[in-house]
Design a protein around this ligand. Structure first.
Ligand code: TXA
Ligand code: MG
Length: 351
């Protein structure tokens, strides 16, 4: 399949490209587009065949439901029912933005969009290209992250081209995304909010708006025989091609352990650290070892922004082993560590 690629400037959107892309969605085709979190792979959420094509293009298991993206609150009421009053407060505080809410779906939403579930995840993205595309398509757009299933989520147009060129109808390259980590998913079908996937909007910020909020326990650690409530959270994900392990503990001891292990490998090794610890590795690693910082640990936004790009960079450099430090699991650190832990296949060791 020939994929049409549009390169758009998000500040000055080329309306004719948006119209053509909107027509592709209307006709049941697939368009990858930028959102503020990561790129999405979009199709008409109300068209069962379009959803089926999304699963196929990504190589995604069909029990893993899609998020419907909307561009107005009226669109929400058309898709779901039983919307509790407290969830409206969340919408006021964080929409448009990096938050996804789950409600009971209306009958007309096809089962293939929700992976057979009776609930639907909905997000109102705050990216001008995403909003323009949804409006132009005249329908809500079902969109998972625009990566091949299992790979790190795409934060740049070139990541999407790398994964999906030739597999979908159109890619809108709108440059680098702002946030770099996916939306926070909140289940609104119970009496109180429950976080099913940590994301850019932290638990602390949610609690400031709606009070006590729980977190699905099985996403914080692997619990035998308990599946996470968000089906996608059970799969190996975000994974670079290399074997990836992380060490948690005192910074000096961790660096010592990482250096010893890195220098003992007879292959290309990547070390993940943060700006504050770069000096612990200086002059101490062999020439087969590359040390990459995720950024300033006092500025977790910058780390979230760099994360998936760094994981993809290791693939490009054909690194065979990645050895990483952990970062503190508070505020945005929870979401960042969730992604890193999954990327490592839960290989996080305390020392
Ligand atoms: O920031 C984001 O959320 C990005 C951008 C493109 O909007 N999208 C994204 O979609 O991350 P995806 O498909 O990669 O992840 C969606 C997650 C999956 O883990 C899926 O299982 C879960 O949301 N999910 C979707 N609908 C659900 C539902 N009805 N109940 C529980 N979990 C659901
Ligand atoms: Mg994804």
């Amino acid at each position: 399949m020939d994929t049409i690629i549009y390169h758009l400037n998000s500040n000055e959107i080329d309306q004719s490209a948006i119209e053509k892309a909107g027509d592709i969605i209307k006709n049941g085709g697939l368009v990858a587009f930028p959102t503020e979190t990561v790129y999405g792979l979009g199709g008409d959420a109300m068209n069962a065949k379009a959803s089926a094509k999304i699963y196929e293009a990504k190589g995604r298991p069909s029990d893993n439901p899609l998020i419907a993206h909307i561009a107005s609150l009226e669109m929400l009421d058309d898709l779901v029912e039983d919307v509790p009053e407290w969830s409206r407060k969340l919408m006021e505080a964080f929409w448009p933005g990096p938050m996804t809410l789950i409600f009971h779906k209306k009958n007309k939403v096809p089962d293939s969009t929700t992976g057979g579930l009776e609930t639907l995840a909905v997000r109102f993205p705050n990216h001008p290209v995403a909003q323009a595309l949804i409006k132009s398509a005249g329908t809500s757009i079902a969109a998972p992250s625009a990566n091949i299933s299992g790979r790190p989520s795409p934060t740049k147009g070139e990541h999407v081209i790398e994964d999906l060129d030739g597999r979908i109808d159109c890619i809108i390259d709108g440059g680098e995304v702002e946030v770099g980590i996916e939306s926070t998913i909140i289940d609104c079908t119970g009496d109180a909010p429950m976080i099913l996937r940590p994301g850019y909007i932290t638990k602390e910020k949610i609690e400031d708006v709606v009070g006590e909020t729980t977190v699905d326990p099985s996403i914080l650690e692997k619990i035998e025989d308990v599946a996470p409530k968000a089906p996608g959270m059970k799969y190996k994900h975000y994974a670079p091609k290399a074997d990836f392990v992380m060490y948690r503990g005192n910074a000096n001891k961790v660096a010592e352990k990482i250096i010893g292990e890195a220098n003992s490998k007879d292959a290309k090794v990547g070390i993940i650290t943060v700006d504050q610890h770069l000096n612990l590795y200086e002059g101490l690693v062999g020439e087969n070892v590359e040390v990459i910082s995720l950024g300033d640990v006092d500025n977790l936004d910058s780390i979230a922004h760099a994360l998936f790009n760094v994981l993809r960079e290791f693939d490009e450099k054909q690194v065979e082993y990645i050895i990483g430090e952990t970062i503190p699991e508070e505020n945005l650190g929870t979401a960042i560590m969730n992604r890193l832990t999954k990327a490592s296949g839960y290989q996080v060791k305390d020392i």
